[in-house]
Design a binder for this molecule. Structure first.
Ligand code: C6P
Length: 405
């Protein structure tokens, strides 16, 4: 059992009123809130240790380097990766996907080759591949989706073929909440020697992830959705693949030696971390991992599951409301439409009652196109949410219906 009041006390931002109501924050899929432990870790770094990493012999630089590299080890442990060399700090999931597209996939793509994604991807896992296909003459292929928002894997054996150079798929859909059967998909792709990238942006805040058990080649996520600061995230890559890849960006710290004739690149993971990194962000992300692990990620997942089940039951029972995305396996996200009301109006009326949800296409326009809708209203839960907040969601819907009756 989680002590929710104690947990909520760790998140100072939750204790405020918005438009005269207690804030109900249900926009965690867009960005989660930060516990005081993370805020303090970032502040203390700037107060006590601030210096550049890997460069100075002086004490502050050593402390900054230790804290930064300590966070890398925490991410390695969090993902159950083999080695710190497999963890590259990036700005977030978006940057990690672009890095893999340009450094790993681009050199092996020829005209007529294929990149395979799914219909429920976030734009961050569509557009970099589309750009790559335009650059190389390759084709983007899409795994279809069913009307309940599950991947339709009936044609996966044909979609994974000798032309496929990578499968890039989301672990959890941000627009629908669907948990995809990525372990099976990875197995199928590997049977044909096709590497797999998993976009874990919506998974890591909600479940234990074990990249060795999944056997994925690459796994990416953003810190800000898992209680860490913005502007930091991680790319996991199997060491032998990262070793063989060229650097993506050039600059300081990613080199061993430079002359005008030749540059020798640094070893992993520094080869992929050109320039001064987001040191404070990495430290904050390590602290966020400590925080989640301290509470037990499985406990957090269980509580969120109960919130989602309760919210789904209550919203399903309402007349004139349709849930978009009713997959059997879901995490955190409840997307819905209220009959006769544009989702943006829903969001505005919710805000007037202090309830923060996201409305729009959620950077997943192909999902909206599939369902023939412009947008949805989306409530997304984190472990600090309560059953009372589920009730606030239901009340919010009723209020919208009253106003639009
Ligand atoms: N989704 C949402 O409201 P960045 O922007 O790099 O931190 O994360 C991009 C991203 C990639 N994949 C998935 C599955 C995501 O959900 C996101 C971000 C937010 O749903 C903001 S658009």
């Amino acid at each position: 059992m989680l002590d929710l009041q104690a947990i909520r006390n760790d998140f100072p931002i939750l204790d405020q009123e918005v438009n005269g109501y207690p804030l109900v924050y249900l926009d965690n899929a867009a960005s989660s809130q930060k516990p005081v432990q993370v805020i303090d870790a970032v502040a203390n770094y700037y107060r006590q240790d601030n210096a550049n990493v890997h460069r100075g012999v002086h004490k502050l630089s050593q402390r900054a380097t230790d804290a930064y590299e300590g966070s890398r080890s925490k991410v390695r442990d969090f993902l159950h990766a083999k080695s710190d060399k497999e963890i590259v700090f990036v700005r977030g999931a978006t940057e990690a996907i672009n890095l893999i597209a340009q450094s790993f996939v681009r050199p092996m793509l020829n005209t007529g080759d294929e990149v395979l994604i799914s219909h429920m991807e976030h734009h961050a896992n569509i557009v970099p591949w589309q750009m790559l296909c335009e650059q190389t003459g390759a084709n983007l292929k899409v795994i279809p989706m069913t009307t309940i928002g599950e991947l339709d894997l009936s044609t996966i054996d044909e979609l994974l073929n000798e032309r496929t150079k990578i499968l890039a798929v989301g672990h959890v859909s941000n627009a629908l909440g669907t948990i995809n059967p990525i372990k099976d998909m990875i197995k199928k792709a590997h049977a044909k020697d096709i590497p797999v990238l998993i976009d874990g942006a919506q998974a890591v805040p909600h479940m234990v992830v074990d990249v060795q058990d999944l056997d994925c080649d690459f796994y990416v996520f953003s810190g800000h959705k898992m209680f860490a600061p913005t502007g930091i995230g991680a790319l996991y890559g199997k060491q032998e693949l990262l070793e063989a890849m060229p650097p993506w960006q050039g600059g300081g710290d990613m080199i061993l030696s430079v002359s005008f004739e030749h540059t020798q690149y640094n070893e992993l993971p520094y080869k992929f971390e050109a320039g001064t990194p987001n040191i404070a962000g990495a430290i904050g992300m390590g602290t966020a991992i400590d925080y989640m692990q301290g509470l037990g990620i499985a406990n957090l997942a269980q509580h969120e599951h109960e919130l989602l089940v309760a919210a789904t039951e209550k919203v399903t029972a309402l007349e004139g409301v349709k849930i978009i995305g009713t997959a059997k396996q879901k995490a955190s996200v409840l997307s819905f439409m209220i009959e006769g009301v544009h989702p943006h109006d829903v969001g505005t009326i919710f805000d007037q009652q202090g309830v923060a949800i996201r409305t729009g296409h959620h950077c997943a326009q192909p999902v909206m196109q599939f369902f023939g809708i412009p947008a949805t209203a989306r409530a997304s839960f984190a472990f600090y949410n309560t059953m009372e907040e589920v009730d606030a969601l239901v009340m919010g819907i009723k209020k919208v219906q009253e106003l639009f009756a």
